[in-house]
Ligand binder design. Structure first.
Ligand SMILES: Cc1ncc(COP(=O)(O)O)c(C=O)c1O
Length: 369
């Protein structure tokens, strides 16, 4: 078998997996209709329900997170219905594309890159557009490294009696999310981000109202029909099509580890906050600026402005030469920024080494510019 070149990963995802995850994924397969699978399905569901603090419905899908982004629109918005899509970067823009390509109408609320959506802005947009059926919120915008004030935004959306759909792909597992208390209707995430598991598994949480609404929506499709999914989930402890069992085993192992080694969700999120702080301080020590507005910095990824005269991709490629895979700037920020991911299996020593190399790379690139 070909050996792939190995890097120290500071990526936006997929991220480096914990050793326990890699070990667990060697498990021999079993049928997804077997008692062994049902046990895994139930255990993982219970653990995730506890993690996101919900008594409603958590389900797992054989897709990446975007699958549930599409499901939220197809199952819960009437054909040609309007959705308020809040956009703080590339993944908000993707949500608008998903709305449009499914024959619904996005009403966009967009702010400057680096800024979050504020509750005041959302309130104003909802007053102007009382006919939208739902609001979409990117919890953590991976392209800018901005964390939206989700709790406050969801509160405003609920005051206007709108459904709240949350893209928590790069937030879940790194930022707090209390599904029931914050009155979220759909939340989705992906395995390859803050839990440090390989890609292929989408995590979804759904309010009871979602299923009532879905019943009235025609043409929900089959693969992401939430009613069909719920039926399989409840009656068969399974999924309509074959789930990615290795990723489910891995996520289960991670949730168990979070409880055992970090004393639960609180301790795990504190680890991420500490790691993010160390990375932000390292960036500032090199005299570099963050894209994110102060007070809204992401716990899972830092987008950094490349210094005057240096291109973001040059930093990225020079770091690869030294054995570190960061992330390139994304979308309109591609040329002017680079990103340092904080997610997955990263040690304090890795962070120290990464910054020692980044300092040298910046010095070299400045000399050449
Ligand atoms: C905020 C956000 N939303 C959506 C996605 C898409 O997720 P996936 O590739 O798992 O479909 C990503 C991926 O990086 C993301 O960061």
């Amino acid at each position: 078998m070909k050996a792939f070149k190995q890097f120290k990963l500071f990526t936006a995802g997929p991220v480096a997996c914990f050793p326990e995850v890699l070990e667990a994924m060697k498990t021999q397969m079993f049928s997804h209709r077997s008692p062994e699978y049902k046990e895994l399905h139930e255990e993982l569901t219970k653990r995730m329900m506890k993690f996101i603090e919900t008594r409603q419905t958590v389900m797992f899908f054989p897709s990446s997170g975007t699958g549930i982004m599409e499901a939220s629109i197809r199952n819960c918005v009437t054909p040609r219905g309007k959705v308020l899509v809040t956009i703080i970067g590339a993944f908000g823009t993707r949500y608008a594309e998903v709305v449009e390509s499914n024959g619904r109408v996005p009403v966009k609320l967009e702010v400057q890159l680096g800024d979050p959506i504020t509750p005041e802005l959302l309130d104003e947009a909802l007053r102007k557009n009382p006919d939208v059926e739902a609001v979409t919120i990117t919890h953590n915008e991976t392209s800018t490294g901005v964390l939206n004030p989700l709790k406050e935004l969801a509160k405003v959306a609920k005051e206007h009696e709108k459904l709240v759909f949350v893209d928590a792909v790069s937030a879940l597992g790194a930022a707090d999310l209390k599904f029931d208390e914050w009155q979220i209707d759909i939340m989705f995430s992906s395995s390859q981000k803050a839990f440090g598991v390989p890609p292929g598994l989408a995590i979804g949480a759904f309010s009871d109202e979602v299923f009532e609404i879905a019943r009235k929506i025609p043409d929900r499709g089959w693969y992401f029909d939430l009613l069909l999914y719920k039926e399989y989930h409840e009656k068969k402890k399974g999924t309509p099509s074959t789930p990615p069992i290795p990723q489910m085993i891995a996520l289960n192992v991670m949730l168990e580890k979070i409880d055992k080694d970090y004393g639960g969700k609180k301790g795990w999120l504190e680890m991420y906050e500490k790691r993010a702080k160390t990375i932000r301080e390292g960036v500032k020590r090199l005299g570099l600026e963050l894209v994110a507005r102060k007070g809204y910095e992401s716990p899972s990824i830092t987008a950094v402005r490349a210094p005057e005269g240096i291109k973001g991709p040059d930093v990225y490629y020079a770091m690869r030469e030294r054995g570190f895979e960061l992330a390139q700037g994304y979308g309109p920020l591609k040329e002017t920024t680079f990103r340092i991911g904080h997610m997955g299996y990263i040690t304090d020593e890795d962070i120290k080494e990464m910054f020692e190399n980044l300092e040298k790379v910046i010095e070299e690139l400045k000399r050449r510019s």
